[in-house]
Design a protein around this ligand. Structure first.
Ligand code: GTR
Length: 431
């Protein structure tokens, strides 16, 4: 009897959900490979009108794919800055004499609006001439990346985190180096690369309830108070932030403007890929454990899905992407095409064995299926369609990949792999 009553409630619930009266809840995550639906990936080398794409057609197909990702996934950037300026606001010796620290205020203007962001840079001291630079976006402020008391605190909103002493969304002295476990700027500098970082929240705070901070309001027109359906979400704002940092990096004479590596972990890995797709000044693009909406194929519905990501983070994508929850096969793109948009520049996708939420196999397959575009453009794709063993990188091709032991993180193994990979490409491109 009770059983029947619950069943009736459930049927009413389903009916209300289907009619749009209740929000549909994401089903529990699938971690069973046999339950992955059969799917057909859209072919990056067939245009929307069915025409096969040659190397000569690629620029047009590339534009088509960029627009599709804007329209259906990340949202379009609705405007272009009137101007941007930089000022070095602090400089000093760092890392026990191994590096010069430079802090740069980036000021961005549009109409009457202004947005400010802070860039933190460490340049190795023992360099003969301009050095390559690795740029990463951080999640808790530049000061949280390493133990250096001279790093300026962001005035912008931060996620609260009791363990870091952040209780009113403001940066605190006690949150210095709080994210040191995710970053290793000294390793990067020790390998002859400059290390640059920006705080994601300077471009948009990671919260669903507020479209008044960050870059979005800069381009509102009339009485607009939030991005339109097909306009940018927060990930696209972070990707835009990578490009504004690059605007500065290419002007700094201590750095080689042709050797900019952009890297992001997890949600910033999604942003790094979208930034790399849009901005050809990113010479090498690295996505670390980026998962759903990053390197992982949406059609596999393994771990985090289009449904669950949009439920937990409704502000990350545009307002069309949630429509594909449970009907991923209707998406006109999938994430292998995002990776292909970096071609022929080197791209590196990294997974971790225990990071099942991010779907390591889906990340690998997306990297693998970007291969045809790389090959069409005279570069090389992954050499095999099966996962390599843990910590045995496939890194001799223009598309690189590894699955590291342990979980969702950035470890020294990862940093060293990224620098080895970039070194190989910079050496072969003769820069
Ligand atoms: C998770 C989210 C992932 C990933 C991760 C992170 O909560 O579901 O997509 O972005 O956060 O950024 O650490």
């Amino acid at each position: 009897m009770t059983h029947l009553r619950y069943r009736n409630y459930f049927l009413v619930y389903l009916l209300l959900t289907a009619c749009g009266f209740l929000p549909a809840q994401a089903p529990p995550p699938n971690y069973d490979e046999t339950q992955v639906p059969t799917y057909t990936l859209p072919d990056p080398l067939v245009a929307r009108d069915g025409t096969p794409v040659t190397a000569a057609d690629w620029p047009a197909r590339r534009e088509e794919l960029l627009r599709l990702f804007e329209d259906h996934v990340y949202g379009s950037v609705p405007g272009k800055l009137d101007s941007i300026s930089w000022q070095i606001v602090e400089e000093g010796e760092a890392m026990r004499g191994k590096a010069l620290r430079r802090q740069v205020a980036i000021r961005m203007y549009y109409g009457p609006h202004e947005l400010r962001a802070g860039l933190l840079l460490y340049v190795p001291n023992q360099a003969n001439g301009p050095v390559p630079v690795l740029l990463g976006t951080n999640f808790f402020g530049n000061h949280a990346v390493l133990p250096d008391t001279a790093v300026l605190l962001t005035p912008n909103w931060l996620p609260n985190q009791k363990a870091y002493g952040i209780t009113d969304h403001r940066a605190t002295e006690s949150s210095r180096s709080a994210r040191g476990h995710r970053w290793n700027p000294e390793l990067v500098v020790g390998r002859g690369y400059a290390f640059a970082t920006i705080y994601s929240g300077d471009f948009d705070g990671d919260r669903p309830d507020d479209w008044t901070d960050g870059v979005h309001p800069l381009f509102y027109t009339g009485t607009q108070q939030q991005p339109a359906v097909d306009e940018w979400g927060t990930i696209a704002a972070w990707a835009w932030g990578y490009s504004r940092a690059i605007d500065y990096l290419v002007t700094d004479t201590l750095l080689n403007p042709d050797q900019i590596v952009i890297m992001g972990h997890s949600r910033m890995g999604k942003a790094a890929l979208w930034a790399g797709a849009n901005d050809p000044r990113a010479a090498v693009v690295v996505s670390n454990n980026s998962g759903c909406g990053g390197a992982a194929l949406s059609r596999r519905r393994y771990g985090e899905t289009v449904a669950s990501i949009n439920e937990a983070f409704p502000h990350w994508f545009n307002d069309r992407f949630p429509d594909y929850a449970g009907r991923e096969e209707d998406l006109p793109v999938d994430q292998h095409e995002l990776i292909a948009l970096v071609a022929p520049r080197p791209v590196y996708v990294a997974s971790a064995v225990n990071d099942r939420w991010a779907d390591p196999l889906g990340e690998f397959l997306a990297a693998y299926h970007a291969g045809p575009v790389y090959r069409l453009l005279g570069a090389s794709g992954l050499p095999q369609d099966t996962l390599p063993p843990p910590n045995e990188a496939l890194d001799r091709t223009t598309v690189g990949y590894h699955i590291r032991r342990r979980g969702h993180a950035v470890l020294d193994y990862d940093w060293n792999q990224y620098i080895d990979f970039a070194n190989r490409h910079f050496a072969s491109s003769g820069d």
